[in-house]
Design a binder for this molecule. Sequence first.
Ligand code: NAD
Length: 487
Amino acid sequence: MTHLFKHLLPEQPSHFINGQWVSASESDEVLNPSTGKVITRVATGDKTTVDQAVRQAATARKHWAKKPQPERAAFLGAWIEQVKEHAEALAHLLVTEQGKPLSEARGEVEMALTMLRYSASFAWRNQGEVLAASAPGQHSVTREVPLGVVGAITPWNFPLALFIRKTAPAIVAGNTIVVKPSEVTPLSALALATLSQKAGIPAGVINVVCGTGRVVGDALVKHPDIALITMTGSTGAGKQIMKNAAEKVIPVSLELGGKAPFIVMNDADIERAATDALNARMSNCGQVCICNERTYVQRGVYDAFIQALLKAAAGVVVGDPMAESTTVGPKVSVPEKEHVEALMKETLQEGGKVIWQAELPRDPELQGGNWVAPAIVTDLPDNARILREEVFGPILPVVVFDTPEEVIEKANDSEYGLSSYLYTRDLSVALTLSDALEYGEVYINRHGPEEINGFHAGWKLSGLGGDDGEHGYQLYVKRKTVYIDYH
Ligand code: NAD
């Protein structure tokens, strides 16, 4: 590991439990996606490590939950200062373990800061309601109280921002937390844990246990003292987590996969739609749950749209993610790269036509990386696998349609329901189609990311519960009604 990370990580990255680095007999390699080289080894835990972390979090909770909310929020303020001070090192660490271009990594650090600031703004919020009295001398209140110890499970595509997205609202509400980061990208989470300690957040409030989903994630979900599981990841893992949580009758909040349709109507601003369609596909090498997974263009502007798309695609630079000029980095891992390659192969067998493909980097240093050539594909049959399954890579399928009814049917014909995009200048069309789209998010004439005060929540197999905003915060509290007779 480079000298740059010495303030963020210990020499031997391990679990972070009750403010201590806890080593383990087992460890796993963390690889750099752009070179395939080992960055470092990180401890991997088991059921015992999870139990240790949850117990410490349960002990810490006794004091943490009693602190007034403004005091808890002040700790977030100190954490913000630490993240700001180490922002550039965090961005470099993110590029090293995840492979997104440096400009996007800096954006993710900003996203994490916004999430921290937003949760800190909950310092002085009202924490309940006074009920109408049913008789004189009655005073009844419904109060929000913390849940207890929260278990958070995060994926590899936004390892820094999603750690904060779960941790900040959980702890400001008075919970303590045990986080299991993705085994592919555990370093960003450990770096943020270091900074939380530097910010003075008491030991045991934030804990991190590294390891696989099958062992550590599973043990976290099944632990008897976990009061909520908040998870972001694939639909398959989400279903398994929900089944296990049902045994304990605890709530789950699941942010799962997506298959966002991107609809361009005849009256759209074509240049803008094409640029956004491309960016919404290529960002983070296509590894965003709200990515444009399938573009539908109305026949009247199809040719013009393709021309504008090709013009925008000429600006794509695939290469070393540390270079300022790079716009697309590698896929995060070998299995992820192979998944996209297999989909691409099948797309061609199904008759898909590649109308543009980017060049891969030639630098010898990068030859061991997980490179996938970004591409635009047309002429696909309706039932093409690439139009139905989450691609999570830089391949952009474009499909022509005739009527609004036809495109709504195609857009909604999916088991997912997270994000959707619509480009039109006609307000009536915008609102009518937005009503018809069976998605938790509709972006009209703009692409993402989602806003911190919105509610990021998928419909159908895209999830349950959600993150951000007032609705996201509400998932971290339960309610207690207290009835008082003061006569
Ligand atoms: P993944 O499901 O493989 O892993 C996510 C996390 O779950 C990891 O920490 C993993 O170890 C853990 N896990 C896996 N199986 C588990 C189990 N049985 N019990 C407990 N934990 C388990 O997902 P990924 O490949 O890391 O991430 C990509 C997926 O995440 C994509 O499908 C993407 O759409 C989704 N995602 C969704 C959102 C959203 O907000 N909806 C955001 C980002 C990513």
